[in-house]
Design a protein around this ligand. Structure first.
Ligand SMILES: Cc1ncc(COP(=O)(O)O)c(C=O)c1O
Length: 457
């Protein structure tokens, strides 16, 4: 863009040439100023970055609320929930916030999942249908019960379990379906629930990474027989380590509550230890921090969503950027992870990696690249260890184990059919807690890079 441009000719040129791209969203005036100065030169090429400094990386956020809550728990001398109040009080608060009658807190998302599967009586010889694209904890909860994780390939557009492939994976041994809502993005949960109801199979939702994501007004983790949440410190609602089991079924949840507390009846109808169990209890310290964090999270979650929607809507006006696929009608991700599809043909064939590199120079922490799924839990060595263990050898015939070993190939997950789609993504847990000005800077930076994409070749 020539600096000698007049304002009138600039507006005319951009209106005519770029109107469809939504470049005028931030105002022709600021664009004119940007285009005529160093501000329009990509930071990667020595120009001034759109944002003066990177987004903060400080997480978790802490203030006097956590300090006071911790001190109160400490001084109470009731550090275990059996005599304390913090765990039981927050169970009520969280159940109500999630829209379910029951919540039991645990010492982690892993133990919340384990308890759910144990109460479902998943055990040796059983199969649990799940996704290879998850954190290994999901799979550990199945294999530790000496059941087989039956993997279903992922949807190439999202990396979530492909709900249309689940029915073919059902067998007489299927005890549960364990879908995972990854990084704040709901899976096709309504389709999975309909299928599960048709076949009378329980669903345990792994919503560990997606607290407050919603589908048609219902929060994920509240569709299945149980839903499990993680409060581990990298998540969006945190207390160091912690988890929750959510559910609607009174009797099933009574058993879950008992399971995490060494079999004690949470309704205290029976003395002693009427149910099977273990100790998955959360401490009063964790619950004290969690309750304090929740006062902040209640405002953060809607803010993150609003900011995510705002940025997505503005960027969707740029030809070549498309919102990530959603399942179901009103699907609301948490936007702890921002993601848009990137079509390089609209950007003079510049790869998404290069586009994102230019954005990072503008102090916008985007990543770019082809949509591919590396790894996969089916390839982890631990799975072979389990299959070779005495417990698995006792629970499954050699023929069944061999058939299972042979089945561990998934074209999409393994990249045999690499998708040509690329994405731009951002860990937005912290950035989307920013102000409207911060969001406008993200938008402006993407527009700037799009405008100057020819300089990236
Ligand atoms: C998808 C998924 N499932 C389960 C877990 C286990 O949660 P936790 O670490 O709280 O045990 C995690 C934690 O990262 C996770 O990401």
């Amino acid at each position: 863009m020539r600096p000698s441009l007049t304002r009138r000719s600039f507006v005319k040129a951009t209106s005519a040439g770029l109107a469809g791209i939504g470049f005028l969203a931030t105002g022709a005036r600021s664009l004119y100023a940007a285009a005529t100065g160093k501000a329009n030169v990509l930071a990667l090429k020595g120009g001034t970055p759109v944002r003066g400094k990177p987004f903060s990386q400080t997480w978790p956020l802490v203030d006097e609320r956590e300090e006071a809550a911790l001190l109160k728990a400490l001084k109470s001398r009731n550090w275990c929930c059996i005599r304390g109040n913090a765990v039981y009080d927050f169970q009520k608060v969280f159940a109500e916030a999630m829209g379910v009658p029951h919540c039991f807190l645990t010492n982690g998302g892993t133990t919340a999942l384990s308890a759910s599967l144990s109460v479902l009586d998943v055990g040796p010889g059983d199969e649990v249908i799940t996704t290879p694209n998850t954190f290994i904890a999901t799979i550990n909860t199945i294999t530790n019960l000496h059941a087989l994780p039956v993997f279903v390939d992922v949807d190439p557009d999202t990396g979530s379990i492909d709900a249309d492939r689940i029915e073919a994976a059902l067998t007489e041994h299927t005890k549960a379906i364990l879908p995972v809502h990854l990084a704040g993005w709901p899976v096709d949960i309504e389709k999975i629930m309909a299928l599960a109801q048709k076949h009378k199979i329980a669903v345990v939702e792994d919503a560990c990474q997606s607290v407050y994501a919603q589908v048609n007004g219902k929060k994920v983790g509240t569709f299945g027989r149980t839903g499990c949440i993680s409060f581990q410190e990298y998540k969006s609602l945190v207390c160091g380590e912690g988890g929750a089991i959510l559910g609607r079924d009174d009797e099933f949840m009574r058993r879950c509550g008992a399971f995490v507390n060494n079999g004690r009846d949470p309704q205290r109808r029976e003395r002693g230890y009427p149910f099977p169990g273990s100790n998955h209890r959360m401490t009063e310290f964790q619950a004290a921090v969690l309750a304090a964090q929740f006062t902040r999270f209640k405002d953060q979650a809607p803010l993150r969503y609003e900011n995510g929607r705002y940025v997505e809507e503005a960027l969707a006006k740029i030809p070549g950027l498309t919102p990530r696929k959603r399942y179901g009608g009103d699907t609301r991700p948490t936007f702890v992870q921002f993601e848009m599809d990137y079509d390089r043909s609209a950007f003079q064939n510049v790869p998404a990696t290069r586009f994102a590199e230019a954005l990072r120079a503008e102090n916008i922490p985007m990543r770019g690249g082809p949509r591919r799924y590396s790894g996969g839990c089916h390839k982890e060595k631990m799975l072979q260890e389990h299959l070779n263990s005495a417990a698995f050898q006792a629970a499954f015939s050699p023929a069944r184990l061999e058939k299972y070993r042979q089945s561990l190939r998934f074209p999409v997950m393994d990249g045999e059919k690499p998708s040509r789609k690329e994405t731009l993504s951002m860990d937005s847990k912290i950035p989307f807690l920013g102000s409207r000005k911060d969001m406008d800077e993200i938008i402006e930076a993407v527009q700037k890079v799009a405008r100057n994409v020819d300089k990236l070749m």
